[in-house]
Write a protein that binds this ligand. Structure first.
Ligand code: NAD
Length: 308
């Protein structure tokens, strides 16, 4: 029987599956107590984390008997993967298990932002009637969606967008322009500059690595079609949120949805609070009832397999 430490939230039925075969410490608050986490990590054969736990430095040093780190999600930027591998620790992400939740978030926010009519509740309830001001919203069908990063989430988003009648163009640094994947998905490949300047909505689905850090800066936002919308569910540090805010105020951007930030939780920001056409969410696009269940069971099963 191995000892498994789970230091962020996990579907409790998946936790029970682990408990049936192993000794489990399940404490979703443990990530907030670095000293106790290191002490528990030292006794762990397996560690299960979400995106808050930084598996590097002192925590990694404490993992002296750990064989596997399960990641309840897909981005691995909170884990020093090469250092884990050097210590013989296998890192397992929940590849694909939350792709649909993220893709639905992208489509929903794209539709809300292109139409631009759904932020009127307060005004309508207050007896204002801003009908004339809201009559220029755009239908989603026929608009061009530009997808940067054509992996699991990018491809799922393309499928949903095509179902709505959108034109989809996509760019992926690791895929050749003539890779069959694009045509199979009903998508046209575009170079990065071409995509940015032609899309009515741009959505990012790349990992945070050296080549994507700062990818969407003021210059790239300036290259976008005037009035286009930008969705970032990938990671903070990839999109410059201050540049997004400035572009929303100037009208260069018609709307933006930002789910991920350089620092999480995001500190209060008066500039963002007063920014027009901006949807902000707390790193939730990949988390839904269904995806949490899929992600949790996938990691429970893969961690148990690795402990055999
Ligand atoms: P994936 O590995 O299936 O796809 C990522 C794609 O990005 C790959 O095809 C890769 O070739 C491509 N890529 C890498 N570097 C690139 C670059 N410089 N330019 C263009 N493309 C590049 O991953 P995924 O499951 O689609 O997830 C993508 C990212 O989304 C994750 O790394 C994670 O950071 C983020 N994510 C966020 C949430 C959330 O809740 N906000 C949930 C899931 C994933």
């Amino acid at each position: 029987m191995a000892r498994i430490v789970i230091c962020e939230f996990m579907d409790e039925r998946a936790v029970a599956r682990l408990e049936a075969a192993h000794e489990v410490l399940y404490d979703p608050q443990l990530v907030g107590d670095a000293t106790r986490l290191r002490a528990e990590a030292a006794k762990a054969d397996a560690l299960v984390v979400r995106n808050l736990t930084q598996v590097r430095g002192e925590l990694l040093a404490a993992l002296t008997r750990c064989k596997v780190v399960g990641r309840l999600g897909v981005g691995l930027d909170n884990i020093d993967v090469p250092a884990c591998e050097a210590k013989g620790i296998k890192v397992i992400p929940a590849t694909g298990a939350n792709a649909l939740s993220v893709a639905e978030y992208v489509i929903a926010s794209t539709m809300l932002l292109l139409r631009g009519a759904f932020a009127s509740s307060a005004a309508v309830a207050a007896g204002e009637w801003p009908r004339a001001a809201l009559g220029n919203g755009r239908e989603t069908a026929g608009q061009t969606l530009g997808i940067i990063g054509f992996g699991s989430i990018g491809q799922t988003t393309a499928r949903l967008a095509r179902g709505l009648g959108m034109q989809v163009i996509a760019y992926d640094a690791m895929l050749a322009p003539d890779a069959p994947l694009f045509a199979q998905a009903g998508v046209r490949h575009a170079g990065l500059d071409e995509l940015i300047s032609n899309a009515d909505a741009v959505t990012l689905h790349v990992p945070l690595v050296d080549t994507t850090r700062g990818l969407f800066n003021a210059a790239r936002i300036g290259q976008m079609k005037k009035g286009a919308v930008l969705i970032n569910t990938s990671r903070g540090h990839i999109v410059d949120v201050a540049a997004v805010s400035a572009a929303l105020r100037s009208g260069q951007l018609g709307g933006a949805a930002i789910d991920v930030f350089d620092v999480e939780p995001l500190p209060a920001s008066a500039a963002l609070q007063s920014c027009p056409n901006l949807l902000l969410t707390p790193h939730i696009s990949g988390v839904s009832m269904q995806s949490n269940e899929r992600v949790s069971f996938m990691i429970a099963d893969k961690v148990m397999e690795s402990l055999k």
